[in-house]
Write a protein of this length. Structure first.
Length: 434
């Protein structure tokens, strides 16, 4: 890609990746058919569907892939195949439903990733609190896996030391069929948690307090099938808001919920970006330019979302003056800094704090996506850098963004996907490498 000039037009947000993955896992809790609508076309969704099939569920997707019907009539196995489970950390949220439905679940230890060790101690703490037995095993290849068996399931009160999204989802799904009352103190409060609780309640669960600082679950005998539409992806929406800001463009982001991105709206307004709600969505007007610096500290919801930290950092590199960014959620979520600095971003990282000098005139470079949101940040930087930028390893981006290239092209971006690392069209200087 190369300097695209100000993006203009409207772009529609798809269904939320971080909502649809636990929603799909939740379909294991009933032998009846569940239908999810508004499903995004993402690599991670494909992996989760294959994982559900590996447990014995029937999974049908309509031609457009937006509607998925799952019938987990018979669970053939409660062990996740290592290749699938390791391909996607979120596979771990299949444990809770399997434990609740079948009394057992075995998942390869998800292991860390680029942004952090990603332990599952809080998931395990929750299963133990619900009366399950949990053991860490190593298979013949020496790979670790975690096995939970029902033991004497009983409702309980538990406190999460960190408001972990995945742990909250897993424990909620394990508790819906556990006799008695379960209270999760200090749960994650993300919109994706609320969406999961809403779907589970449609299935006959009795959950109250999702989205607050305590979730109360009354166990029931069984759940039934249900239909549900996935909430819009707040991280994708916020990424397009930042695309408008960094290119000094004027973009209407449609099919999104402004109250899911309050910190991002507030911070962009602090920088001087004009944002107003319209009937069709959120209009982000960055045409005035001359943006002020601001400081960012990522926190669990409703704090500033860690999944927007890399993209916001790229934007702040072009604002006037120094900004401080503190990443409190993941221990290693600054891998994009080295790549952004190859484009002249002028960012200094010290532990979990980064200092963005600001006022950068980014120049094109060959950079590499290290993880999903870092890749998105590099694309945003490439849209305003002088000269050509290639982003390698874009498979990271495909995990969480549906047709990012096409959507940005639709806003006037000068961007193109490459195959095999070489430009498809020598005339076309716009590249977006595989
Ligand atoms: C979810 O990951 C999201 N993924 C992540 O989005 C998101 O960044 C994260 O929540 C935080 O909002 C999905 O929903 C599929 P956590 P999750 O458990 O559940 C520590 C993206 O870009 N922790 O809230 O894995 C952990 O190490 C992805 O879309 C424990 O210590 O996140 C991390 O530092 C990236 N013990 C922090 O909590 C545990 O048992 C947040 O983890 C679990 C987590």
């Amino acid at each position: 890609m190369s300097n695209s000039g100000p993006l203009r037009g409207s772009v529609s947000t798809g269904g939320s990746k971080n909502a649809v993955l636990p929603l799909l896992a939740a379909t294991l809790l009933t032998d009846e058919t569940c239908v999810l609508d508004g499903v995004p076309d993402l690599k991670d969704v494909e992996v989760m569907c294959r994982l559900l099939r590996s447990f014995g569920a029937e999974v049908e997707q309509d031609a457009a892939g937006r509607r998925i019907a799952v019938t987990a009539g018979r669970i053939a196995t409660c062990e996740a195949p290592p290749d699938l489970a390791k391909a996607m950390r979120a596979s771990v949220v299949a444990m809770g439903p399997l434990l609740a439905r079948c009394g057992e679940a075995t998942i390869p230890l998800p292991g860390g990733c680029a942004i952090g060790d990603r332990p599952i101690d809080l998931h395990v703490k929750g299963f133990l609190a619900l009366g399950a037995d949990v053991e860490i095993l190593t298979d013949e290849s020496g790979a670790g896996c975690v096995r939970a068996t029902a033991g004497r399931p009983a409702g309980t009160e538990m406190y999460l030391d960190f408001a972990s999204v995945g742990a909250t989802e897993n424990i909620m799904m394990a508790a819906v069929l556990t006799p008695g009352t379960t209270v999760i103190e200090n749960p994650a409060q993300e919109p994706e948690i609320v969406d999961l609780a809403n779907f589970l309640n449609k299935m006959g669960a009795r959950i109250r307090g999702a989205g607050t600082d305590a979730i109360r679950i009354e166990g029931v005998q069984a759940l039934h099938g249900a239909e549900h539409s996935v909430i819009p992806d707040r991280i994708e929406a916020a990424t397009f808001m930042l695309a408008a800001a960094i290119t000094r463009g004027d973009v209407l982001v449609e099919n999104m919920l402004p109250n899911h991105v309050v910190p991002v709206i507030a911070k962009l307004r602090e920088c001087g970006v004009r944002i107003r709600e319209e009937d069709a969505g959120l209009r982000v007007d960055g045409t005035a330019g001359g943006f002020r610096a601001t400081d960012i500290k990522t926190l669990p919801y409703p704090g500033f979302p860690t999944d927007i930290q890399p993209q916001f950092m790229a934007f702040l590199a072009t604002a006037n003056g120094p900004s401080n960014i503190v990443e409190t959620v993941f221990e290693n979520r600054f891998l994009h800094i080295e790549e952004l600095n190859r484009m002249g971003a002028g960012i200094l990282a010290e532990g979990r704090r980064a200092i963005v000098r600001g006022g950068a005139h980014l120049h094109g470079a060959a950079v590499r996506a290290t993880d999903l949101r870092a890749g998105a940040a590099l694309v945003l930087a490439g849209l305003v850098a002088d000269g050509e930028t290639t982003v390698a390893d874009v498979y990271h981006i495909d995990r969480g963004y549906e047709d990012l290239v096409g959507k940005l092209e639709g806003l006037g971006a000068d961007i193109r996907r490459m195959k095999n690392g070489g430009p498809q069209d020598s005339v076309d200087r716009r590249v977006f490498a595989e």
